[in-house]
Design a protein around this ligand. Structure first.
Ligand SMILES: Nc1ncnc2c1ncn2[C@@H]1O[C@H](COP(=O)(O)OP(=O)(O)OP(=O)(O)O)[C@@H](O)[C@H]1O
Length: 523
């Protein structure tokens, strides 16, 4: 068995194995330690560490854990305003899932980006005296900056103003047209400018207010192109019956099934009154409306940045996606409109759409239109990205809603990250530095073998794996925290510091404790 030499940064990387966080608060304190540990590990190579996870992944994928890339997407965020904690929430969750899948040894393609067309963008640009594209450049960059500050490791960032995207949208539109699913008609109804869609009167509040944006919808009449969604009613019903995992969590599947059961209406896919958009092929007076534009970003993101990008090439680079991660506000579009559009274009459906809940403020969805947002930049600069990432993953049951409170944030971060995980790593590395010249050779044949600690940690690793697979991110964090608690308890029981203090034979025996100290082996 080969000995492995690791330094602090490899300890940190190994921690991602278990955790949505890249590493814990120990990083800043411990990076100066320059601790070099030589040890033989129970899992000496990355591939043997992955084996723990891959056995299950292999079974699930019918024997080809490495074969298909894991393609996951966040929504393409609308650049009507800079990002807020709600946009960050989806992206943090996606990043944690992407890291976990990479640790399984999968090739991951993590797609995010910005949706940049439409009436609201043109209006936002006009209100600050800039051209729409200029406005989009600024806000899109604000998203990229925030992802950097939050340590988000995306693979593809697509902007819907990217020329390769426009080419793919037009091609997709033409395919659907050729399937006979696009027609032209007059439409008259109540329109929510913030949702940029016509609403059914029965879904509106008093005074025709949109339930999401609390602003009155306005009567509007337009000559538009429509997509014949109603033709796909039966196919969608059958698809969901045969693939109940298509929509998660399962209670959202019920919602989607009841929408479909209630009858599907064709929907408008162009706007005659909006210039800032991709022109409808063969009708430059109309621009393509949001869903036939933004949703295609998931495919165009896969395309290489060449002039020859086309739908087929993009599709062959990883479509269909494995997982669309979205907020419940856009579930209908992803779980009903999008699969029907893909069927019409003859393309495969994504494997899963997961609709998580809302971060709320005073019970209302936090959002750009309501303006009741929390600034992630403020949180990151005050508490650091690990704390922000951890808090929202741990605190909000993934799928449900969650309210933010600063007092709760501070309590959780102190108790879990500083006092449990950070403390365990600091005391371990601190003792090594002080007593072992920052160096330790551990023989895996004796390392923690037969200790209850090792057994407990291995069970917890498996527990975390299962929770990650099921996208139960809060429970995965909990399992990791339990490992930290078990490690601290183990240290307290063995108290190697008092043996080190005694020196001589006692110090030798303390070093033995370290050899058997499983934490670094397991991580
Ligand atoms: N409060 C929130 N809680 C959780 N996720 C959110 C929240 N707000 C936005 N998101 C994420 O952003 C997506 C919507 O992106 P969008 O850019 O339209 O943001 P928005 O703030 O909801 O905009 P608006 O308020 O104008 O409707 C959601 O599907 C979800 O992924």
């Amino acid at each position: 068995m080969a000995a492995a030499r690791i330094n602090c940064s490899s300890v940190q990387n190994s921690l991602c194995f278990l955790n949505p966080l890249q590493y814990y608060s120990f990083n800043s304190k411990a990076s100066h330690l320059r601790t070099h540990l030589h040890f033989r590990r129970n899992f000496p190579s990355p591939s043997s560490r992955r084996a723990l996870f891959c056995s299950a992944a292999t079974t699930r994928n019918g024997g080809s854990a490495e074969a298909e890339p894991f393609v996951l997407t966040t929504p393409l965020y609308y650049v009507n305003a800079p990002p807020h904690m709600g946009s960050a929430y989806t992206t943090i969750a996606a990043d944690a899932i992407a890291r976990f899948q990479r640790l399984l040894g999968k090739k991951v393609v993590f797609v995010t980006g910005t949706d940049e067309h439409g009436e609201k963008i043109a209006a936002a640009a006009a209100s600050n005296g800039s051209a729409p594209k200029e406005h989009c450049d600024v806000i899109s960059q604000a998203y990229k900056n925030l992802w950097k500050d939050l340590d988000i490791a995306y693979d593809k960032f697509i902007r819907t103003t990217d020329p390769k995207h426009e080419a793919i949208v037009k091609e997709f539109y033409s395919r659907v047209l050729a399937s006979g699913d696009i027609y032209r008609a007059d439409y008259e109804g109540l329109y929510c400018v913030n949702c940029e869609e016509y609403k059914d009167e029965k879904e509106l509040l008093d005074n025709n207010c949109c339930p999401m944006h609390l602003k009155p919808c306005v009567p509007r009449k337009e000559d538009n192109y429509f997509f014949a969604l109603s033709k796909y009613q039966k196919l969608l019903e059958d698809t969901l019956t045969q693939n109940p995992d298509f929509v998660k969590p399962s209670f959202r599947l019920n919602e989607v099934q009841s929408w479909i059961k209630g009858g599907l209406r064709d929907f408008s896919i162009s706007r005659a009154s909006v210039d800032w958009g991709i022109p409808v092929p063969n009708d430059s007076k109309q621009t393509i409306y949001v869903w036939f534009d933004a949703l295609l970003g998931y495919i165009s993101a896969l395309s290489e940045d060449t002039k020859e990008s086309n739908l087929q090439k993009a599709v062959s680079s990883g479509w269909p996606a494995t997982l669309h991660l979205i907020g419940k506000d856009i579930l209908r579009f992803h779980a009903v409109y999008w699969p029907a559009m893909l069927m019409s274009a003859g393309l495969g459906l994504p494997k899963m759409v997961f609709g998580h809940g809302f971060l709320t403020k005073d019970g209302m969805k936090m959002g750009k239109s309501l303006g009741n947002t929390i600034e992630p930049n403020d949180l990151v600069s005050k508490f650091g990205s690990d704390a922000v990432r951890y808090f929202f993953l741990r605190e909000v049951e993934f799928g449900g809603d969650g309210d933010y409170s600063e007092a709760r944030f501070i309590n959780i971060v102190n108790a879990h990250l500083a006092n449990t995980i950070g403390n365990l790593l600091n005391r371990t590395l601190g003792l090594l530095k002080k007593n072992c010249q920052s160096t330790l050779v551990v023989d895996s044949s004796i390392a923690a073998v037969g200790t209850a600690f090792k057994d407990d940690v291995e069970k917890l690793v498996e527990k975390a794996r299962v929770h990650y697979e099921n996208l139960s991110l809060s429970s995965a964090c909990e399992a990791v925290l339990e490992i930290g608690n078990a490690g601290n308890l183990y240290m307290d029981e063995r108290a190697p510091w008092s043996l080190f203090k005694q020196g001589g034979a006692a110090a030798e025996s303390a070093a033995e404790v370290f050899k058997k100290h499983t934490l670094l082996h397991i991580f």
